[in-house]
Design a protein around this ligand. Sequence first.
Ligand SMILES: Cc1cc2nc3c(=O)[nH]c(=O)nc-3n(C[C@H](O)[C@H](O)[C@H](O)COP(=O)(O)O)c2cc1C
Length: 148
Amino acid sequence: MMIPSIQIIFASLSGRNQAIAGHLQAQLASRAQTVVTEISQADAFELPQADAVIVVSYTYHDGDLPDEAQDFFEDLKEVDLGRTKFAVLGSSSKKHVHFGRAVDYLTMQLNSSNGDQVADSVKIDQDPDDADWARVDQLAQRVLKSFD
Ligand SMILES: Cc1cc2nc3c(=O)[nH]c(=O)nc-3n(C[C@H](O)[C@H](O)[C@H](O)COP(=O)(O)O)c2cc1C
């Protein structure tokens, strides 16, 4: 049986998205080889080597990507993902007008870079509640199922 390699890349200021990334890793660990990387340390040019990429990000400023995600995002524009599977999610806040806009930008760019989106993107309002964790788990299951 194939053991897929899954890159989990997160941006987190106050810890919510880091916790979601850790939860995803725990969910996936028994069926995949997982690596968790903070986004400023992630190399977009290495993504095509992974079987799947999951990006977890908050939204900052006025509906923008986190500052530390900008380099990754710019590099991604030059990458051909060659149909690498991907999913995007993130905790942000409905107190802001542009709720979870970074999730939208990342989803669009990963599609533009020829990625294969295997789960609908998930936006979480601040701290995940039980229903949110269920959506996170469902996203993880969709990623795993895409390898069946
Ligand atoms: C200065 C500032 C600006 C923010 N701007 C937005 C925004 O435009 N849209 C949004 O949905 N959330 C926004 N947020 C909320 C964060 O994305 C949210 O608190 C998120 O859960 C933080 O995740 P973290 O704990 O992983 O850092 C902003 C937060 C701060 C502090």
